[in-house]
Write a protein that binds this ligand. Structure first.
Ligand code: CA
Length: 241
């Protein structure tokens, strides 16, 4: 039996923002969350460009082609944003996070691409692990031992990202992992992870077997916490196909 990716996605503007600058893709082989930034419509455009570029690799690929495919897609997203800014200079500064997970056709590898402060978590054997590392100023302070992870949660500068896809040079993180039956992945924008604690994420992912229900419940928790930002959630299970 081959391991397959089965997913459900929910995106919600939240309770404060008038629009939703997050974008999401949940396909047969690929999951992706992008959180756009920039004034007016520019943030929407940036996340849409990134999702459009990454969605092109939602295809059957062998294990060794996953990271090159993700790399190519991130470069295409960056070039797309550069072109959009060149077309209209008022878009200067627009950008987007991108966290994407791609499974191979044989189900024997998954690869992740990550830029910014959206996140990927893996629930395996009941334990939740944050697999991506935020590209943020506060994460840098945590890494340097200046503040504790608990102090980072309410830090006044926690929204400051150290890199995003903006058409300039970036250093995305690429990771490869071996999927296991029963793995549950969560990809989300910071509209979820900033307001719902990791232990609540773990408990919710463990207690809602239905992916769609689980994704809805997670969005609900963020809304109950005030929903200050756009909230995007993808819940995906590794199952025998
Ligand atoms: Ca956000």
């Amino acid at each position: 039996m081959t391991l397959m990716l089965r997913s459900a996605a929910v995106s919600d503007p939240g309770l404060i923002r008038s629009g939703n600058q997050d974008a999401v893709h949940a396909g047969s082989w690929l999951l992706a969350v992008a959180d756009g930034m920039g004034g007016m419509a520019a943030g929407d455009l940036a996340s849409a460009i990134a999702i459009q570029a990454i969605a092109r690799v939602d295809i059957e690929l062998p294990d060794e082609a996953l990271v090159p495919a993700l790399r190519g897609a991130v470069e295409a997203a960056s070039a797309g944003i550069r072109d959009a800014v060149a077309e209209d200079p008022s878009r200067q500064g627009m950008g987007t996070t991108l966290t994407a997970l791609l499974i191979s056709a044989t189900g024997t590898r998954v690869a992740l691409a990550h830029v910014g402060d959206s996140r990927a978590y893996l629930l395996r054997d009941g334990a939740l692990r944050q697999v991506t590392r935020d590209d943020t100023f506060v994460q840098m302070l945590v890494d340097e031992g200046v503040i504790t992870p608990e102090q980072a949660i309410n830090h006044p500068r926690r929204a400051v990202v150290t890199q995003a896809i903006q058409g300039e040079r970036i250093d995305p993180a690429y990771l490869v992992a071996e999927p296991r039956q029963g793995d549950r992945w969560l990809l989300c924008s910071d509209g979820l992870s900033n307001v719902v604690r990791a232990d609540t994420l773990a408990a919710t992912l463990s207690s809602y077997p239905d992916r769609q229900d689980c994704a809805k419940r997670l969005v609900d928790l963020a809304l109950r916490a005030g929903g200050p930002d756009n909230i995007t959630v993808v819940v995906a299970d590794i199952e025998e196909g």
